[in-house]
Design a protein around this ligand. Structure first.
Ligand code: GDP
Ligand code: IMO
Ligand code: MG
Length: 427
């Protein structure tokens, strides 16, 4: 038996989708445990590109069970749209299930997300407007709707009467916005109930059964450690825990069953949305890396902010998640650069910091300390063995391992499955 957690080690979009897809045929089960359709995971299989938001990136393998765990927030409309898209492309989803305990995004959540952002003005977070924060808020406030509620129409109706009164009061009084109609929501969600029914499951026996049979399980992280509600650059974070700990609570798999934690890191750094980003490149080099790396959001299409590899962030991710194994992606994007830089820590008013600071203002104004190394200036896309990488690239990887304190066990040199160098098996 082996249970592997895979987390994003930076601010999301590290290439988790590609790595999950690579590993999914070596496991019996893939479980998503947090986040929602704020995620956008790209898989390129034999030249065919898929973008997954809620559906686990292991879905292309019919023999792999794909589970949406109870820690995920599910927008039923978005889920069904995604399902239709992948069915149109000939992918079967008989291997897919959704936890009855997962909370649902309700129609008022994206509206409140957008209104909340507008209200913040210049201090807005740059959320994806998918209603993720408001849905988790209601979960914590214990007025959320769970996927299993779709199977209990009378209960759903009674609860909605109470909850919608609160929501409509906020919408009309605080935001001067239109209220929602109870019957319209009920009709809409009862239609979803019918289509979702075959996927709704109590995942406890499913997941425990797999553990009991000694099967291999892969926990698919969404977002990244620096977007974690506690460990990230609060308040410029998401509303879940995209960490190894969050993977356990969101799936019901205990920490004692975890065999390994894999962290996916880009060879540089990107961030979508606002918030501090010490190694950000706001010059033409940043624009160049954005173009070469096609750094435009999978979910919202926004241009991603780009910067050098932040070793202080990466080491913090390794240490707070217990990352045993790193996967380094998009190394090919740096192919043409004459030199590459790695941030090893920050300097703030004469103080040296080896990890991200809680104080957002300090984090925003600190000075990153860099080591600069020669670039390799050769195309990497067709390289398949570590030994075949140019010396300067091997040195860059070794320097990252040194700064982060974990081994780089796989290197991605292009978006497709085949563009991968595996140094040591990941699962
Ligand atoms: P995720 O959210 O972590 O799954 O990452 P995204 O899918 O949002 O963003 C990663 C993007 O980089 C996608 O467009 C991938 O197809 C692409 N990608 C992944 N690995 C590589 C790589 O090694 N090189 C290049 N050039 N692109 C890659
Ligand atoms: P994947 O799984 C990158 C960011 C948003 C915003 C902040 C809060 O593809 O790596 P939210 O809508 O979650 O309330 O927005 O979090 N964000 C992501 N950034 N990749 C993601 O997912 C993200 N999911 C949320 O841009 O800054
Ligand atoms: Mg993404």
């Amino acid at each position: 038996m082996s249970v592997t957690i895979l987390v994003g080690g930076q601010w999301g979009d590290e290439g988790k989708g590609k790595v999950i897809d690579l590993l999914a045929d070596r496991v019996e089960m893939v479980v998503r445990s947090q986040g929602g359709n704020n995620a956008g995971h790209t898989v390129v299989a034999d030249g065919n590109e898929f973008k997954f938001h809620l559906i686990p990136s292991g879905i292309l393998y019919p023999q792999t069970t794909c589970v949406i765990g109870h820690g995920v927030v599910v927008d039923p409309k978005a889920f069904l749209t995604e399902l239709d898209h992948i069915h149109e492309r000939g992918v079967t989803t008989d291997n897919l299930m959704v936890s009855d305990r997962a909370h649902m995004v309700m129609p008022y959540h994206p509206v409140l997300d957008k209104l909340g952002e507008t209200q913040r003005g210049d201090d807005r977070l740059g959320t994806t407007w998918r209603g993720i924060g408001p849905t988790y808020e209601d979960k914590v406030r214990r007025i959320g709707f769970r996927v299993g509620d779709l199977q209990k129409p009378r209960f759903l109706e009674k609860k909605l009467r109470f909850v919608l009164r609160l929501k409509n009061e906020s919408l009309t009084r605080l935001f001067d916005a239109e209220p929602f109609d109870e019957q319209a929501i009920l009709d809409e969600y009862m239609q979803y109930a019918e289509r979702l029914e075959p996927y709704i499951r109590d995942i406890y026996p499913v997941v425990q059964g797999a553990i009991g049979r000694g099967e291999r399980i892969l926990l698919e992280g969404a977002q990244g450690v620096m977007l974690d509600l506690d460990l990230g650059t609060y308040p410029y974070v998401t509303s879940s825990s995209p960490t190894a700990g969050g993977a356990c609570t969101g799936s019901g798999i205990p920490p004692s069953r975890i065999s390994k934690t894999v962290g996916v890191f880009k060879a540089y750094t990107t961030r979508v949305g606002y918030g501090p980003f010490p190694t950000e490149l706001t010059d033409s080099l940043g624009d160049y890396i954005r173009e070469v790396g096609a750094e435009f959001g999978t979910t919202t299409g926004r241009a991603r902010r780009v910067g050098w590899f932040d070793g202080a962030v990466a080491r913090y991710s390794v240490n707070t998640n217990g990352i045993d194994s790193m996967v380094l992606t998009k190394v090919d994007v740096l192919d043409t650069l004459a030199t590459v830089k790695i941030c090893t820590g920050y300097s703030w008013r004469g103080e040296e910091w080896d990890h991200p600071m809680a104080n957002i203002s300090h984090m925003k104004h600190c000075e990153p300390q860099y080591v600069e190394m020669p670039g390799w200036q050769e195309p990497l896309r067709e390289r398949r063995r570590f030994e075949d990488l140019p010396r300067a690239c091997q040195d860059y990887v070794a320097a990252l391992e040194d700064v982060c304190g974990a081994p780089v066990d796989a290197i991605s040199v292009g978006p497709d499955r085949e563009h991968t160098i595996v140094r040591r098996p990941l699962v």
